[in-house]
Design a protein around this ligand. Structure first.
Ligand SMILES: Cc1ncc(COP(=O)(O)O)c(C=O)c1O
Length: 365
């Protein structure tokens, strides 16, 4: 038990490694571990190392700054920047052997000019917009775009990819996006351009649309043991990675009719044991009805308003200061996982984990 902090997050890195190994086995496809957004708030450097230990071939980040942090921490795995790179960052990206997303004529001209000026080659993955309406060129344009990149010089096309917009098997956009991407892949093949890496599948498609796997799957949620769909458990060998714990700050018997927290919206109906937990919305916990914590294996309801640094709970029994509280995780027979809070708050699991504030220390196990 870790007792140094009032509240802390435990990140189980061996669970990350085993989840990655299981994804590779279950999909029978090489894995790009998506570690953007500080690995959805779990810690990009640590999660990246664990993912590589679990057999991931690539890492995917959103911005070059995230790739720089990985390189600075000695991670020399192939890294793809999925999003924007600024002109000021391109030279450093080329020098640090980071692969960039080639998604427009402007990026083509920028990468080519910088690579040629440095007498280097920039490695790039072509992005196809198959229906996300974000970055990319249309499938019909991919071959002429690849030809332009080749003619411009300085660019090595190492991969091509696209990203799915709907995580529902039945959504017609999925099949449409797959068909468009496949058309682009075939057009590239017929023009003898098929690059080494071809990838379309995120967590959802990696598991539910095997035709989208090609020769790499890009997975974020499942490497972290987060569900693909909030209501559908993963196979039991995919392990949860994040646990959030705290210590009880105080437990007092309050008289009937006593106000609890700001705003006087909870008045004790009778004598009640009220516990104070040093966690609040300043840590990333929402102040919404239905919040519970686990103490002594028992779920206890939050009462009164959740404020910046503290919340109050109604306790079944008296407990000493320092008693371990579980906000996310399991204690005895009770559990509250990220998908439970995401369902309660009606947000995605990643919306929740990325907003757990940095002041909550991450302890890596
Ligand atoms: C381009 C791209 N690929 C893959 C992923 C991973 O998605 P998931 O976490 O659903 O596996 C993301 C995440 O949003 C992404 O933006």
């Amino acid at each position: 038990m870790i007792r140094t902090h009032p509240t802390w997050i435990e990140i189980n890195l061996s669970a990350v490694a085993s989840n990655c190994a299981n994804i590779i086995r279950d999909t029978d496809t090489p894995l790009m571990a998506i570690v953007k957004g500080d690995a959805y708030g779990h810690g990009a450097v640590e999660v990246s190392r664990a993912a590589m230990a679990g057999g991931a071939s690539w890492l995917g980040v959103a911005r070059f700054g995230e790739a720089r942090v990985l390189r600075q921490n000695g991670i020399d795995a192939p890294i793809l920047v999925l999003g924007m790179i600024t002109p000021n960052e391109v030279d450093e990206a080329i020098a640090s052997n980071v692969t960039l997303t080639l998604h427009s004529l402007e990026t083509l001209q920028l990468f080519s000019a910088r690579a040629r000026a440095a007498h280097q080659t920039v490695s790039a993955h072509l992005k196809v917009d198959t229906g996300m309406g974000r970055l990319g060129v249309f499938a019909e344009e991919i071959v002429s775009f690849a030809r332009q990149a080749q003619a411009a010089g300085g660019i090595y096309i190492d991969g091509m990819y696209s990203h799915l917009a709907a995580a529902e098997v039945t959504h017609p956009l999925n099949e449409m996006q797959y068909q468009r991407f496949d058309m682009a892949v075939r057009a590239m093949e017929e023009s003898s351009f098929r690059p080494r890496w071809v990838h379309l599948a995120n967590s959802f498609a990696a598991f539910y649309q095997p035709q989208c796997r090609y020769n790499m799957v890009r997975v974020g949620n499942v490497i972290l043991g987060l569900r693909i769909r909030i209501n559908q458990p993963l196979p039991e060998y995919y392990l949860p990675v994040l646990r959030w714990k705290a210590q009880l700050a105080s437990c007092r018997l309050l008289p009937a009719g006593w106000n609890v927290s700001y705003g006087a919206n909870y008045i004790t109906p009778h004598e009640e044991l009220i516990g104070v937990i040093p966690v609040g919305y300043g840590d990333g916990l929402r102040g919404l009805p239905g919040n519970q914590i686990i103490i002594d294996g028992i779920k206890s309801p939050v009462v009164g308003r959740v404020r910046l640094d503290q919340l109050m709970v109604r306790l079944p029994h008296p407990y000493p200061m320092g008693e371990e509280i579980v906000i996310i995780g399991q204690q005895g027979d009770s559990s509250i996982w990220v998908h439970d809070l995401a369902a309660l708050y009606q947000i995605s699991q990643v919306d929740f984990t990325t907003l757990i504030h940095r002041r909550v220390p991450r302890i890596y196990i």
